[in-house]
Design a protein around this ligand. Structure first.
Ligand SMILES: [Zn+2]
Length: 104
């Protein structure tokens, strides 16, 4: 487990991630990103920073499930859930997530 600052469009989240998630989040530009990781568990998120509030908050942001499309995105890959992490105070989006599942 490592603790990383994971960037999204509207801020960042400080979270415990596995080595595998850390690798996924590293796009090689010296920052780590939320989007490639998939959904983080609430208890793994220690705090978040909201750009709109210009403030840091303890705990996890809200998790808003946008849809569960079960939509095939490639021959062997299904998009099973799409959603956002949003600020408790102002409701703006901190970052987005996608959950994919491989077809057996
Ligand atoms: Zn906010």
């Amino acid at each position: 487990m490592v603790v990383l600052e994971l960037h999204g469009s509207g801020g960042h989240i400080i979270a415990d991630v596995t080595d595998e998630q850390a690798k996924l989040s590293d796009l090689g530009v010296g920052k780590n990103f939320l989007a490639p990781i998939g959904k983080l568990e609430e208890q793994k998120m220690q705090k978040y920073f909201c750009k709109k509030c210009e403030g840091e908050f303890d705990g996890s942001p809200k998790i808003q499930i946008e849809e569960s499309p079960n939509e095939p995105v490639a021959d062997d890959l299904i998009l099973i859930e799409r959603g956002q992490y949003t600020c408790h105070k102002c409701d703006s989006i901190i970052g987005e997530y996608r959950v994919f599942q491989k077809k057996e």
